[in-house]
Each structure stands twice: as C-alpha cells, then as structure tokens.
Design a protein around this ligand. Sequence first.
Ligand code: BDR
Ligand code: CA
Length: 330
Amino acid sequence: MKSNTRSVLFDTDIGIDDAMALLFLHYAPEIQLLGITTRFGNASVEDTTRNALNVVEHFKLKVPVFRGAARPLAARLGEGFPAHVHGNNGLGDVDLGEPSLKYETMNAAQAIVDNSALCREQGKRLSIVAVGGLTNIAHALALDGLIIKDIEEVIVMGGAFGYNGHRGNVSPVAEANIASDPLAADIVFSSDLTTTIVGLDVTHEVTVDEAFLELLVKQAGEAGQFIRDIMRFYLEFYFGINQRRECPLHDSCAVAYLLQPDLFSTIKNPVRVVTEGIAIGQTIHSDDIRRFVSKEWENIPNSNVCIGVDADAVLKLYQATLARAGSSCS
Ligand code: BDR
Ligand code: CA
C-alpha cells in the first residue's frame, strides 16, 4: 500500500446520494475504506444498514458495516423518514434483496473509537466522511474524547449558510442532516475535531442530469447502471421541486473534498447549531470582524466552511473515478 493512502470511515444514513458517494470512495485510488457506520436518517437504521450491506455485497467492497444510532441525541426537526425523497427503502425502491452479509456486533460509535486507535497504532490518522447527521460521532466523543488527536479530519455533508443563494432544504434555514440531530452537530462543531462542512452552499452548485448518468452507464459498468437505477427516484423528487430533471450530488461533494480539497474555497470560523425553536437545525458561523454581545461563539474552534466549488471539476472527478469500475479497478 502506498504511504499516501488515506484511512477512511464512511458514516452514513445510506440513501440514494449516499450510495453514490460510497461507490466514489470505493473506486477512488489511495483510499483505504476501514468501515461503514450507519445511522437513521434517509430511512430507519434497519433499512440504512441493510442498504450498506447490500452495496458492500453487490460491489464486493470487503469492508465491515457497523450499525449505529436509531434516534437523535435530543430534539430533531420533523419525524419519520423522507420516503418521498429516497423511496421507502432509502434506495429509490430499487430492491437488491436481503444481503447475506451481516453487520458487526460492535456498534458504530465504538467502531469510530476503535478505528481511531487502530490508526494511531499504525502511525496514521483517521479521516471520517460523514454524510448523515452526526449522532454516531457525538456518541464516539462521549465514549472517548481522546479520539480527537487520532482523527485527521471529519468532512461533513450538512448545513447551509446562505452562500451562493442556498439556504435550508427542510426549513428555510435548516439542512436535513443537521436538522436530524442538531445537538449532535453542535457538539461536533464545538469540539476540537478538525471539521470541514460541505453544505448546501456548495452541493446545490454541483448538479447531475440525465446526460451525466448516461455517461456513467457507458463508462462505469454495473456501478453506473446501479446509480442510474437508484437516481430515477431522486430525479423525480427534484423534478417536482424545480421542474428540471437534475439534482445535487450532495454526499459525493464531501468525498470530492477528501480527494481534492483545492476544488473548494473555504472560510474558517466557529460554527454553532440552533437546537430548538423555529430555526432548529440552522448552522450559523461567526465572523472575524465584529465583537458580538453574544458569547455563544467564543472559545469555539474554527470549522472549515465550504463557500465555493469548481462544480465541473467535481463532476469530472466523479466520472473519472467511477470509470475505474468499468475497467474493473478497485
Ligand atoms: C442530505 O440529506 C440527505 O437527504 C442526503 O443524503 C444528503 O446527505 C442533503 O441535505
Ligand atoms: Ca446522506
């Protein structure tokens, strides 16, 4: 294995765009995927864990799946699961059947702790790509706060700050992942973890359409066909919103940041999350200019907040990486 190989955990509520992101990680060179940790979100944790096992089995990923949180730490926005976005099973109702693989007996939070320690023992540091709410990571911090020094970075798909005209998708100000466990997100963003937030500000700039999917079918073999199949449902949902058959590549943007952070522009500021009231789930960053009356952003470490993206380059990176599936590299 080359020395610049990154050790990565994928924390997910695996729905449609999460599955695309997982395959992106799998086919990316110089990534060692240590495991997949699941949680509720796009579907129940039973369904998201089955989806993870199904993708692992179908595409021969050879990574363990650790089942995680079934509920948030505290209040969340809404209830139930967004079947209208990701289908009843979370994968656009594409049925891969019952997987023969089983999830591990260790739970997701413990797996985050143990994999951090494993990386330390190997003289490495762990990167976490988190594309659902942050419940599992908050639980892991509660189990062992010392993991922070063994974690290189946490790249979070979540949040919305209003850049590029993009605000919330589950309320005028809240993004779905953060709104699914606002307290967990506030704990993670307030911790000493090195955190990058890849929010709607940039993911709504990176959209895929039918032509993109047709190219994937041609270039990425079975993986491309699978993505085309699950994306039918997602495209229908977005067509209902904006009458265009195109949709954001949310979770894959977090993977793109891991692979090529220079495709994004960022600012560094302390971030807090609103945990109650009508703005529950809103992500708010401080700025460097003012001294506020509010003390709520004081002594909070900076997060990297993505505010710009080279969308074409992200799409090309996705295509080129998935093309490795077509040439049967992994
Ligand atoms: C996020 O919410 C989920 O529906 C997607 O998988 C993505 O992680 C976008 O707000
Ligand atoms: Ca997701």
